[in-house]
Design a protein around this ligand. Structure first.
Ligand code: T3D
Length: 270
């Protein structure tokens, strides 16, 4: 009997933290449609599982994710000048947009633990996670300009918001490798840590978040993202509406009760 193909996304649980590991190390975990399918399914499963309170995404081997697998025949440019070219916009709509939106709408915090190079859509999908922790040897590359494309997987929206227009344009146009320490310095990511401590630090951060009122954390992400497109008064009104919802939650009741009783809260909502 033929052996079952190895999973392209490894799934493991530790208490209420689910870790998803991209698993195409021989190609720096670049995206094939198969890996997209498995990653989206794994995120859907985590979102639907009430026992999961934080998700960590990382990569197997020396890379995090090198973006689209450029050897995939489905997206290979036709070498004939004037010949019919594949519509890669269609691939973006089928695979990258659902991935980016799924991460952005997860009911729990999502950490990217960037263990190595993150290039192209691999960089932007990491930057779309809630907290980006990177190994000191990791790097971020807006590789698109090197192959005649524009940043995708949310890059055009994320980059200027994270680092401002000047840095965003230089990163996107030059496509230079940005070391993790520099990425932290300019505010592209939250923090970088020694390579040997990445897994431990990511697990500790995830456990800490999982213990928090994750429903409020997910709403915080939504409110912060929405805040960029509305004026101050509208943001204040949106905060009031959100607090109406959160104030009626079990976690709020529990948080206040725990504070008053000087005990550790046990948050359960999602
Ligand atoms: O269809 C579309 O393009 C639409 C979708 C767009 C979204 C995008 O993500 S566009 C951007 C695509 N990604 C890139 O352009 C990055 C390409 N990769 C690189 O520039 C370099 O590999 C890195 C800078 C990321 C790392 O360099 P290095 O020197 O550390 O490693 P390497 O030797 O280049 O790569 C190691 C192996 O991974 C190598 O295979 P081999 O020779 O050992 O058999 C290499 O071919 C493979 N690999 C790396 N990136 C990709 C890849 N294979 C397929 N697709 C890749 N993106």
């Amino acid at each position: 009997m033929p052996e079952a193909a190895e999973a392209l996304v490894l799934v493991s649980d530790a208490a209420s933290v689910r870790t998803l590991t991209l698993n195409r190390p021989q190609a720096l975990n670049s995206f094939t449609t198969g890996m997209h399918t498995e990653l989206l399914a794994a995120l859907e499963a985590a979102a639907a599982d009430a026992g999961v309170r934080c998700v960590v995404i990382t990569g197997a081997g020396r890379g995090f994710c090198a973006g689209q697998d450029l050897s995939d025949p489905a997206v290979a440019p036709n070498p004939e000048p004037g010949g019919k070219q594949p519509d890669i916009g269609d691939l973006i709509e089928r695979c990258y947009i659902p991935l980016a939106l799924r991460i952005r709408s997860m009911p729990v915090p999502v950490i990217a633990a960037v263990n190595g190079v993150a290039a192209g859509a691999g960089a932007n999908f990491a930057l779309g996670c809630d907290i980006v922790l990177a190994a000191r040897s990791a790097s971020f590359i807006q590789a698109f300009s090197k192959i005649g494309l524009v940043p995708d997987c949310g890059g055009t929206w994320l980059l200027p918001r994270l680092v401002g227009r000047a840095q965003a344009l230089a990163l996107a146009m030059l496509g230079d490798k940005l070391p993790a320490e520099e990425a932290q310095r300019i505010g592209l990511i939250w923090r970088c840590v020694d390579d040997a401590s990445l897994a431990v630090e990511a697990a500790a951060l995830a456990a800490r978040l999982a213990d928090m009122p994750v429903k409020a954390l997910a709403q915080t992400r939504l409110a912060l993202d929405a805040g960029g497109g509305i004026d101050y008064a509208a943001a204040l009104a949106a905060e009031a509406r959100l607090q109406s919802t959160m104030g009626a939650s079990n976690d709020y009741r529990e948080g206040v009760a725990a504070f008053m009783a000087k005990r550790k809260p046990a948050f359960r909502d999602r």
